[in-house]
Design a protein around this ligand. Structure first.
Ligand SMILES: [Zn+2]
Ligand SMILES: [Zn+2]
Length: 143
């Protein structure tokens, strides 16, 4: 009588799998809907204000590979390691200092909004307005 047991187990896990995939589809639909009406934070309440600004900063600061840089420095001022050809680099829009992507991301996560080397704000003056507007919009949605 082994076969029917195995068979029903198989059916059961298949059923669970179906239920889970239906749930994930529903969840995706709901989150798409909320994103559409601008209430992303309603379903993801852990998204804090500083997280929003971090995300926007990430979007603004371009990631380039080290070998694309013209006249780059030898070391990253955050970790003091030498850059390698294949490293992903974040170049600051304002002061054009460059750092490892990971190093700068960690720095930004500490809620820093200035260059670790020269303390120039990440956001250039002409982009500050757009940045504040987006930050305001995402914070307002969280209320
Ligand atoms: Zn580094
Ligand atoms: Zn700098």
């Amino acid at each position: 009588m082994g076969f029917p047991v195995c068979y029903s187990d198989f059916m059961f896990s298949k059923l669970i799998f179906h239920i889970l995939s239906v749930f994930s589809i529903i969840r995706k639909l709901i989150s798409t809907f909320f994103r559409f009406i601008g209430l992303q934070d309603f379903i993801e309440p852990h998204t804090s204000g500083s997280h929003n600004s971090t995300q926007i900063i990430h979007e603004i600061l371009p990631v380039v590979s080290y070998k694309e840089l013209v006249d780059p420095p030898d070391n990253c001022a955050v970790c003091l390691n030498e850059f390698e050809e294949v490293d992903e680099i974040r170049r600051l829009a304002n002061c054009t200092h460059v750092f490892h992507r990971g190093c700068l991301d960690r720095w930004i996560e500490y809620d820093q909004k200035t260059c670790p080397l020269c303390r120039t704000p990440f956001i250039p003056h002409d982009m500050q307005g757009a940045f504040d507007e987006r930050l305001w919009a995402t914070s307002a949605a969280a209320l």
